[in-house]
Ligand binder design. Structure first.
Ligand SMILES: [Fe+2]
Length: 143
């Protein structure tokens, strides 16, 4: 049985090169590329949050440990949504640590664990960077 024109598009059509949501193909690629850069930042921030969740040492350990786990869960959801949006725009998601590290602006701190206040400050700086990136994407997507 063939589909009518009003039927929902197949998954292949949604993620394929012929996606038509009123955005020219060249702009779809630009948006997907920008989202991929943001994905790298969010993934590295996700990993950094988990590192701090595991390694925080502080009299407030229980609260910080729980807070950082909640942050990790929220970021994990956001990462998944961004990655799937890249695919919806016809792009392929970065999906390896090597790719993420090659393009992220988030700095890691391997081999060290700052004090809890510095951890929180570092994560805040990371979230600010992600927000600035998203604002830039939004501005460009509207042009
Ligand atoms: Fe945990």
């Amino acid at each position: 049985m063939s589909r009518t024109k009003t039927a929902a598009p197949s998954t292949r059509e949604v993620v394929g090169e012929k996606i038509d949501i009123g955005i020219p193909q060249v702009n779809l690629k630009k948006i997907a590329d920008m989202l991929n850069e943001n994905l790298a930042d969010e993934y590295v921030l996700l990993t950094k949050t988990k590192k701090y969740h595991w390694n925080v040492m502080d009299p407030r350990f229980n609260d910080l440990h729980k807070f950082l786990d909640e942050q990790y869960q929220l970021l994990n959801t956001a990462v998944d949504e961004v990655a799937e949006r890249v695919r919806q725009m016809g792009g392929m998601t970065k999906a390896t640590l090597k790719e993420f590290l090659a393009s992220t602006q988030i700095e890691e701190d391997p081999g060290t664990n700052p004090n809890a206040d510095t951890m929180l400050r570092n994560l805040l700086t990371g979230h600010e960077a992600v927000i600035k990136s998203l604002r830039k994407i939004l501005k460009n997507a509207n042009n």
